[in-house]
Write a protein that binds this ligand. Structure first.
Ligand code: BEZ
Length: 215
């Protein structure tokens, strides 16, 4: 499907499907990483400094994504030849291997599907987007950063753990939550629930609408 350049996918949408040439061969997204989480992220251009630091960050922490049953997939509006040369160059210079598929989106098809091409920032380079896509291929969280500010790998991993924790335990996560912190029990949605909530004991309770428990 071809999208308008001003199309923006939203949280809760089905992740748009596509077929693309990548550094790991041709991939059809809907058949990739079946029943796994996917972190799909774009960078503006190969052989640029901020992008090199970010891609190296994903590569060196890939074991943490693996442990969270999550596949990585990068993208930029560059050719497959450029990707191969850049991956090889970074490996030769630093020993860090970008061991995950990087989409060669030279025709901008995938960038447009995911709102990664934001024309007031750049007409030719994708912004720094991160899509967190769950095993049912639904978009669960989106980050967009401009060309000149690198992302934070701790935050990317933190929100991935938060999404998985929220799903598994049917809870919500407060400000600055990190693994091991108390979690929020969703507030009651009717009067019976309110009565129950008022009788229940929690390690932390501000009022009926804000209680926390340990996992
Ligand atoms: C960078 O990765 O350093 C970069 C890429 C495009 C525009 C500005 C910076």
């Amino acid at each position: 499907m071809e999208q308008e350049v001003n199309f923006m996918p939203r949280i809760g949408d089905a992740a748009p499907d596509f077929e693309a040439v990548t550094t790991k061969g041709k991939i059809k997204f809907s058949e990739y990483a079946k029943n796994k989480w996917v972190v799909l992220f774009s960078h503006p251009a190969d052989f640029t400094p901020v992008c090199t630091t970010e891609m190296s960050g994903f590569a060196t922490r890939k074991n943490e994504f693996d442990a969270l049953d999550t596949e990585l997939m990068g993208l930029s509006i560059d050719s497959i030849h450029s990707h191969i040369a850049w991956v090889n160059n970074v490996y030769e210079r630093t020993g860090v291997l970008f061991d995950f598929p990087i989409i060669a989106d030279i025709d901008m098809k995938v960038s447009k599907l995911y709102g990664m091409l934001q024309p007031n920032e750049s007409l030719t380079a994708a912004v720094r987007a991160v899509f967190f896509i769950d095993p049912k291929k639904k978009i669960r969280l989106i980050m967009y950063y401009p060309l000149n500010v690198g992302r934070n790998m701790d935050e990317i991993l933190r929100v991935l753990v938060a999404l998985q924790t929220a799903d598994l335990h049917k809870v919500a996560l407060p400000l600055n939550w990190k693994k091991g912190d108390r979690v929020i029990v969703p507030p009651p949605v009717d009067l019976d629930g309110l009565k129950t909530r008022q009788q229940e004991k929690y390690p932390e309770k501000v009022d009926f609408y804000l209680v926390k428990k340990d996992l």
